[in-house]
Design a binder for this molecule. Structure first.
Ligand code: IPM
Ligand code: MN
Length: 344
């Protein structure tokens, strides 16, 4: 099968990360004979400056006719790009793994958790109003939204350590968080093989620092998931390493958790790992969706090549204490892919 993959390089460090990732992807194509075509699409601040639109129609059209999308970070216009796309394509699950990696300075060496963040409702609906010197935001929580994100989390936990923690603040937001908690609790009865518990979001923020190794799958609402996923990324070594998938029934967009880091953009020093690991998540999704063993293998190889690069520790970007450039890191990952294929 030939896959059509939209590539949105984004703003800031996005294009540099994408160029390093492209080296890796073309090596993957070569060693696995994986068949895919990358189609450049524009969106974000630069696109807005040039074309007056942060998310042009031609980009949306290409996405509609692609199997998936690999996306770099976007700057100030991010809400008009990724938040819109999540809603437009109903990408309801934002899946954000935080996993300890070799040689990466982190709080603990043995963390392996995933945050499953509801991605289409909550405070991100964008219903804000102003009147009489007050500003109001509506937090939309639906039973359907809670059900499908909870189901996603339980199904994911079945393929992991079988633990789900639902994170909320139902002691204060009795109706919205209340509905979320109640729905998760009800659904947990269909999963007797999964250990289920609940945690208030403030306690979860603390426990992510105190004992992050105890978490397996965290399921939560949109804004809480946004905040906790930055925290979890830092617990295992920083945002430069953190990938994410925005996943729906028919389409998915994979992107780093971080923003476009304008302070280091254009210097060639950004860590491309977050985007390379996002590509690994992408191939895993393609492999599962189209029952394609080759894609699943691509995903595993990408992850392993990143791990070996970090383990070797000679080609690290400055965020990890090294002096390598973004491109050098990418070339090193590609080199490991080559080595794996030679050793069969
Ligand atoms: C993220 C980002 C986005 C979000 C921003 C850029 C709109 O922080 O993907 O976590 O808040 O969801
Ligand atoms: Mn965020």
């Amino acid at each position: 099968m030939k896959y059509k993959i939209a590539l949105m390089k984004g703003d800031g460090i996005g294009p540099e990360q994408a160029d390093a990732t492209l080296i890796v992807l073309s090596k993957l194509k070569e060693v696995l004979g994986l068949d895919f075509e990358l189609i450049d699409v524009e969106a974000g601040d630069e696109c807005f400056k040039r074309r007056g639109k942060a998310l042009p129609n031609d980009t949306i059209e290409v996405l509609k006719s692609s199997h998936t999308c690999l996306k770099g970070p976007v700057g100030e216009t991010a809400a008009e790009v990724i938040v819109k796309l999540r809603q437009m394509f109903d990408l309801y699950a934002n899946v954000r793994p935080a996993k300890s990696l070799p040689n990466v300075p982190a709080l603990r060496p043995d963390v392996n958790l995933v945050i499953v963040r509801e991605n289409t409702e909550g405070l991100y609906k964008g219903y804000e109003y102003e009147f009489d010197g007050a500003a109001v935001a509506l937090r939309i929580i639906t039973r359907r939204g809670c059900e499908r994100i909870a189901r996603y989390a339980f199904e994911l936990a079945r393929r992991r350590r079988r633990k789900v923690v639902a994170v909320h603040k139902a002691n204060v937001m009795r109706l919205t968080c209340g509905l979320f908690a109640k729905t998760c609790r009800e659904l947990s009865k269909n999963y007797p093989d999964i250990s289920y518990s609940e945690m208030y979001v403030d306690a979860a923020a603390m426990n992510l620092i105190r004992k992050p190794q105890e978490f397996d799958v965290i399921v939560t609402t949109n804004m809480f998931g946004d905040i906790l996923s930055d925290e979890a990324a830092q617990v295992v070594g920083g945002l430069g390493l953190a990938p994410a998938g925005n996943i729906g029934e028919r389409f998915a967009i994979f992107e780093p958790v971080h923003g476009c880091a304008p302070d280091i953009a254009g210097k060639g020093i950004a860590n491309p790992t977050s985007l390379i690991l996002s590509a690994a998540m992408m191939f895993n999704w393609l492999g599962e969706r189209y029952s394609d063993e080759k894609c699943l293998q691509a995903s595993r190889m990408l992850e392993k090549a990143v791990e070996e690069t970090l383990k070797e520790g000679k080609t690290l970007t400055p965020d990890l204490g090294g002096e390598a450039s973004t491109m050098e890191f990418g070339r090193k990952v590609a080199e490991f892919l080559e080595r794996f294929s030679e050793s069969g």
